[in-house]
Design a protein around this ligand. Structure first.
Ligand code: C2E
Ligand code: MG
Ligand code: MG
Length: 598
């Protein structure tokens, strides 16, 4: 609280000002007062600019010249715009003038440009001086150069958040970012990986080549790591040769392994430091949120434990804290490599599952299904198709399937055997790839196969991934003359709204409904409904996975057109399929015999 004395002093000062104005008629006193004000003007460390009502500079003080670099004669008669930097948008200046005109005062931080081009921050107070009529006659700006203060702030921030040696974020900053990321995940539980990275035998480098070389190695590794991890992650040096890496955007263990492998790749070239050529390797421990912990301490502790285990196993190795995650990732990676090699070594073959047309009582063709005989034994499509999708290998694999089918049809035809229509499965990624139609057209032409002998199976979800694109591709296929199937119908959207807009020919009722068609009234109702929908839209219906004569009977009674399943035949290699096509139809198919195809 101001004391009575303070209040009296303020009062005195007010009187002093009043005296100055009052004694303006006395030239001697006026001169003295004027000298006081001039001394303030000349000696203050704040820059002062006085402009007229039009904003033309009429007076500047010495501090103005010190701060801006402009001598008085360079500034007088000019507009203060000479000081303007490009740091502020036009709205900033609009607001400045609005406040000055409306309130008579503006105060705030502003970035200006010195004569030497340097942009610097100022704290500025600008006020208007009015004439008797209340019109602004002058504007006075008083400003401080803030660059020193800012520089000190930046230095403090630099010292407290960054590692002095590598310039990378330090432990404090890393942990604060990590806890921020974890707090964010409280709500969505998305994965996050923490890597503890340690240079192998770094102590040797320090001991034998000295700390100067050791420091250079750390700087080099720091910049390699941040280059390799990129802006998506955060690399930090915690101390010594320990680096921590945060990977906030990883979804699967194999994505994490992918990043770690990239790090190892970055380190695989020798590094040249201070005239020494060094081969570096590292050990990496990995902990994953949420599997390995939900807070900073747990995750760091576990990544550290994993790093210890990685170190035991030698040169450039990594370990997940949860071994199961590591196993999953390496299994997937092994499978991916095997898939690539399998494609090169031609380990993929097609088998054919016959189809039967109930209406005509005859075989109607087959579905081509891919088989992989890897050196470790057969791998089911449910294991390798999703992986091939994920890695993009499905594109070459799918093209190979289409080519194999066309080649096979051509071969059968050349021997006088008509296999009926062969349906090929297309996964979503294949279906939406650019240039698919023209490639298919090219292959059909190459083997001289009529497109009407081919069917294309695509799942509902594959179609829905990009409906407009799907409609265009499906139309193109139909225009070519191929038959279009919606596979696994009933498991996806099954919306009549989109179904009627799709250029399709056949609905394939999913096996899961056929399984329960006799016992589960819901499955029976769905199956009947699918047949009804197909009828009303003028489409054919195929039931897949038919295993018993009773299921066949149900489907026949309810108007299903075709069936496919173990009741008729399992998957057959090409020569067995050819023999099957020429054989008699089993008795349970109502005694109808012959091999006249639909
Ligand atoms: P899908 O197209 O729905 O194929 C039908 C699956 O049901 C096949 O499994 C077939 O062997 C099986 N199946 C047929 N009848 C019966 C039956 O009576 N009982 C039982 N239990 N199963 C039966 P598969 O060959 O394992 O294929 C699984 C999935 O893999 C296929 O489902 C298809 O989505 C995909 N796939 C297979 N080959 C290819 C291909 O060449 N390209 C693409 N993109 N996907 C393929
Ligand atoms: Mg299919
Ligand atoms: Mg299916």
């Amino acid at each position: 609280m101001p004391s009575r004395d303070d209040a009296a002093k303020t009062e005195e000062m007010k009187l002093e000002w009043e005296k100055m104005f009052f004694f303006c008629d006395d030239p001697a006193r006026t001169r003295r007062y004027f000298q006081i004000i001039k001394a303030v003007f000349d000696n203050t460390v704040e820059g002062i600019v006085i402009t007229d009502a039009n904003g033309i500079i009429r007076m500047v003080n010495a501090a103005f010249s010190t701060i801006t670099g402009y001598a008085p004669e360079e500034a007088l008669g000019k507009n203060p715009r000479i000081l303007k930097s490009d740091r502020h948008p036009p709205e900033f200046y609009e607001n400045f003038w609005k406040r000055l005109v409306n309130d008579g005062k503006w105060e705030g931080e502003i970035w200006n440009r010195r004569k030497n081009g340097e942009v610097y921050p100022e704290w500025m107070v600008c006020s208007a001086v009015y004439d008797e009529e209340g019109n602004a006659e002058h504007y006075i700006s008083v400003f401080n150069d803030l660059s020193e203060v800012k520089f000190k702030d930046a230095q403090i921030e630099l010292r407290s958040n960054y590692d002095y040696l590598t310039g990378l974020p330090n432990k404090e900053m890393f942990q604060s970012r990590l806890s921020g990321e974890l707090a964010h995940r409280e709500r969505n539980s998305e994965r996050l990986a923490l890597l503890v990275f340690d240079i192998n035998r770094f102590k040797n480098i320090n001991d034998t080549l000295g700390h100067f070389v050791g420091d250079s190695v750390l700087r080099k590794v720091g910049s390699l790591l941040s280059e390799c991890i990129g802006s998506g992650g955060l690399v930090s040096r915690i101390g010594g040769d320990d680096f921590h890496i945060l990977l906030p955007d990883v979804h699967t263990p194999d994505e994490i392994v992918g990043q770690v492998k990239r790090v190892f790749e970055c380190l695989s070239d020798p590094v040249d430091v201070e005239g020494h050529r060094l081969f570096l390797s590292a050990s990496v421990g990995i902990s994953v949120f949420p599997e390995d912990g939900r807070d900073v301490d747990d995750l760091l502790k576990r990544a550290d434990i994993a790093m210890g285990k990685a170190k035991e196993s030698g040169i450039s190795s990594y370990r997940f804290f949860t071994e199961e995650l590591g196993r999953r990732a390496s299994l997937k990676l092994t499978l991916e490599n095997a898939l690539r090699e399998g494609l090169e070594r031609n380990e993929f073959h097609l088998h054919y599952q016959p189809k039967y047309c109930i209406r005509r009582g005859a075989f109607s063709g087959a579905e081509a299904l891919l088989r992989w005989n890897s050196p470790e034994g057969p791998v089911p499509p449910s294991d390798f198709i999703p992986l091939a999708e994920e890695t993009g290998l499905i594109l070459s694999l799918g093209e190979e399937v289409f080519r194999k089918v066309c080649r096979q049809i051509a071969e059968w035809r050349s021997r006088g055997y008509s296999p009926g229509e062969i349906a090929v499965n297309l996964s979503a990624r294949q279906f939406h790839q650019k240039g698919l139609l023209s490639r298919m057209k090219g292959i059909l032409g190459e083997y001289d196969v009529p497109p009407s002998l081919l069917g294309i199976e695509i799942t509902e979800s594959g179609i829905m991934e990009n409906l407009m694109d799907s409609i265009a591709v499906l139309s193109g296929m139909k225009d070519l003359g191929m038959t279009v199937y919606v596979d696994d119908f009933g498991t996806g959207y099954s919306s009549l709204n989109y179904l009627k807009r799709l250029p399709i020919d056949v609905l394939k009722i999913d096996k899961s409904f056929i399984d329960g068609v006799l016992e589960d009234p819901n499955d029976a109702a769905i199956t009947r409904a699918v047949v009804g929908i197909a009828r009303s839209l003028g489409l054919r219906v195929v039931a897949e996975g038919v295993e018993t004569p009773e299921q066949l009977d149900f489907l026949r009674r309810n108007g299903c057109d075709e069936i496919q399943g173990y009741l008729l035949s399992r998957l057959l290699p090409p020569d067995a399929f050819e023999k099957f096509g020429e054989s008699e139809i089993p008795l349970c198919f109502n005694g109808l015999s012959g091999y006249n195809h639909c």
